[in-house]
Design a protein around this ligand. Structure first.
Ligand code: HEC
Ligand code: HEC
Length: 324
């Protein structure tokens, strides 16, 4: 019988067969690796253009919603709103406020909820609430774009000399340090400026750049805010809208929206192992998620009461709740 023409492809030697098989597998792996490498580059390019688009969207949102207070260039307006395009903001701000997350979270959180609760502030208006989850006009994705846009100032802001930094002193900042070194041009002026602003804002007992801010004399602006009575706090902060302080928490009536607080003292000491009643109630107010009362969802009770009261007021409220 005549061999067919393709018999030249017949391989008899098993060694050659194994060799060819191995080669084919290796070629397959190489191809996959090659595709992975190029895909990564493609993805990176895609992500970069995605970021770019997000920043652009953020820019137009900022112009429309934020620039009237924070300035077109984000450098703030005197007495109206603080600078965001600021070296201080990028290097020191979250330390000053004692925020433990990232700057990104700080910016996102601030835009989301605003600072609607501030009772006394050095600025003409409060920072509004923006998220439509809490009654504001913007969607979460728009807030993400704004965060990208604000954070995109970092490079520009970090190149500012102390003199160029448009940062204005915050009344509530615990600034003991400035993010500049004393041999940078403009350092002394910045310290003087910060001290003057701190005094104007009524700050007491601050030390800025190693220099003490004098406590204002009696009768001047800056007297400590009055301590509000627990009952007033309970009403004005909206606790009363969720909690009934005059009803007891019983097995068949725990409280429709939130636990009744009438007999709080009876069980507060046994909620969390190792926490006495006062510690537990204090924690329930400043960090409601730490222990969630069974039968209620987490996250309903606002998480930001610590920002709305002084420590003294919180302690007063705790005592009042436990003795009511
Ligand atoms: C009505 C004026 C006003 C508008 C409009 C406004 N802000 Fe603010 N913003 C403020 C004030 C005042 C503060 C400072 C609040 C305080 O006392 O802590 C602030 C604080 C901030 C902070 C935190 C700054 C810091 O150092 O703690 C960020 C971030 C911010 N605003 C972003 C925005 C963005 C983004 C928009 C637009 C969606 C916006 N703001 C619109 C007034 C405004
Ligand atoms: C929007 C509704 C809401 C508001 C406003 C609210 N709470 Fe609550 N609170 C809850 C819910 C729901 C729980 C139970 C879930 C949990 O533990 O987080 C709770 C739990 C508590 C507890 C623990 C009760 C227990 O039996 O262990 C205390 C104490 C408390 N809140 C105090 C306060 C105080 C004080 C305020 C005002 C400064 C306040 N709450 C405002 C909803 C609210």
């Amino acid at each position: 019988m005549r061999k067919p023409w393709y018999s030249i492809f017949y391989i008899k030697s098993p060694i050659t067969k194994i060799g060819l098989g191995t080669l084919a597998v290796l070629a397959g792996i190489a191809l996959v690796l090659f595709l992975m490498a190029t895909e990564n580059k493609r993805m990176e390019a895609q992500a970069a253009s995605w970021d770019g688009r997000s920043i652009e969207k953020g820019a137009s949102l900022f112009m429309a919603n934020c620039s009237t207070c924070h300035g077109l260039d984000g450098k703030g307006l005197p007495a109206v709103a603080p600078a965001l395009n600021s070296r201080y903001f990028f290097s020191q701000r979250i330390d000053d406020v004692g925020f433990s997350g990232t700057l990104k979270q700080y910016v996102g959180g601030t835009i989301h909820s605003g600072r609607p609760s501030k009772v006394s502030t050095q600025w003409v208006n409060i920072m509004p609430t923006w998220s439509n989850q809490v009654g504001g006009p913007l969607r979460e994705d728009q807030i993400d774009h704004l965060v990208d846009f604000v954070l995109n100032w970092e490079e520009e802001a970090m190149a500012q000399t102390p003199e160029e930094d448009p940062w204005q002193f915050f009344q509530d900042a615990l600034s003991k340090q400035l993010p500049y070194s004393p041999d940078e041009p403009g350092y002394d002026e910045k310290v003087q400026q910060a001290i003057a602003a701190a005094e104007a804002a009524g700050a007491v007992g601050y030390e800025i750049g190693g220099m003490a801010v004098e406590a204002p004399t009696e009768g001047e602006a800056g007297a400590p805010a009055e301590v509000r009575a627990p009952e007033d706090l309970f009403n004005s902060l909206g606790c009363v809208g969720c909690h009934n302080i005059n009803a007891d928490q019983t097995d068949d009536n725990k409280g429709p929206i939130a636990p009744n607080l009438g007999n709080l003292a009876d069980h507060a000491g046994s909620r969390v192992e190792g926490e006495d009643a006062e510690t537990y109630v204090h924690q329930s107010i400043v960090d409601p998620g730490a222990f969630v009362v069974p039968g209620y969802p987490n996250g309903v009770m606002p998480q930001n009461f610590a920002d709305q009261m002084s420590e003294e007021e919180i302690q007063g409220l705790v005592k009042w709740l436990l003795s009511h």
